[in-house]
Write a protein that binds this ligand. Structure first.
Ligand code: NDP
Length: 241
């Protein structure tokens, strides 16, 4: 039987491309989402990938969601922590709610999910964890102190956990996308995109979700067994780490 892969936020944007790429690579894929039932239903109808709704910032809900997937599909062997949000504001205007929402989803969400598949991966002596961080966790971004802090935290999480997983054949890696053409980025006014953002990208365009999905598929594969604790940057030449 093929391996089971769970993609959080796997119903739209980068996550949807990851779910489809892993399905096409032969994995049994489950995609989770937070609340956009319409998008999730359309994604399921288009791809056949089963979808499951819960909030990754809720530890108990993650446990229940994972248990459901494991009983209906099988033990999670590949976990892609992709779910993420932005709540942008300049720091002097940032509310505690904006801070906590982003930290709870983008950083604590990794703990909530990974902690509850970790024992199974250790018992089976196999696992692949791929965390979707961001260029803004590497370089910082004004208006995104909350997001940059969470995404930088994801990189520390990745490096530390990789050391714990190595002896059990569990790899833990991060991908740092630059600007990718999803709803998160296309919500930026067109003028700002064309005049300020795209000119910063040496390749002269936004990335495609599928370009990140191919990075995930490689890191999930048996071929990537010697790569752990690493950060794969995919940003069109914008920032080198
Ligand atoms: P989208 O906003 O297009 O999609 C986000 C997905 O995450 C949706 O499926 C959403 O579910 C889900 N999600 C959000 N919050 C939660 C939650 N609390 N619990 C469960 N699921 C949740 O995002 P992108 O595809 O643009 O981004 C995907 C990841 O890539 C994020 O981690 C983001 O930070 C990162 N990234 C994106 C970049 C970009 O340029 N787009 C650049 C660098 C990093 P629902 O549909 O129900 O809302």
């Amino acid at each position: 039987m093929s391996r089971v892969a769970l993609v959080t936020g796997g119903t739209r944007g980068i996550g949807a491309a990851i779910s489809v790429a892993l399905k096409n690579a032969g994995y049994r894929v489950a995609a989770s989402y937070a609340g956009n039932d319409e998008k999730a239903r359309a994604f399921h109808e288009a791809t056949g990938v089963p979808v499951f709704k819960w909030d990754v910032s809720d530890y108990a809900a993650c446990g229940e969601g994972i248990a459901r997937i494991e009983s209906e599909i099988g033990p999670v062997e590949i976990l892609v922590n992709n779910a993420g949000i932005t709540r942008d504001a300049m720091f002097h205007k940032m509310t505690p709610q904006q801070w906590h929402d982003v930290i709870n989803t983008n950083l604590t969400g990794l703990f909530n999910m990974t902690h509850q598949v970790w024992t199974g991966m250790r018992d089976r002596s196999f696992g692949r964890i791929v965390n979707i961080s961001s260029i803004n966790g590497q370089k910082g971004q004004m208006g995104q102190v909350n997001y940059s802090a969470a995404k930088a935290g994801d990189l520390g999480f990745t490096k530390a956990l990789a050391q714990e997983g190595a002896a059990k054949n569990i790899t833990v890696n991060a991908i740092c996308p630059g600007y990718i053409g999803t709803e998160m980025v296309l919500a930026v006014p067109e003028k700002v995109l064309n005049e300020r953002i795209i000119p910063q990208i040496p390749v002269g365009r936004l990335g495609e979700p599928e370009e990140i999905a191919r990075c995930v598929t490689f890191l999930a594969s048996d071929d990537a067994g010697f790569i752990t604790g690493s950060t794969l940057t995919a940003n069109g030449g914008q920032f080198f780490a």
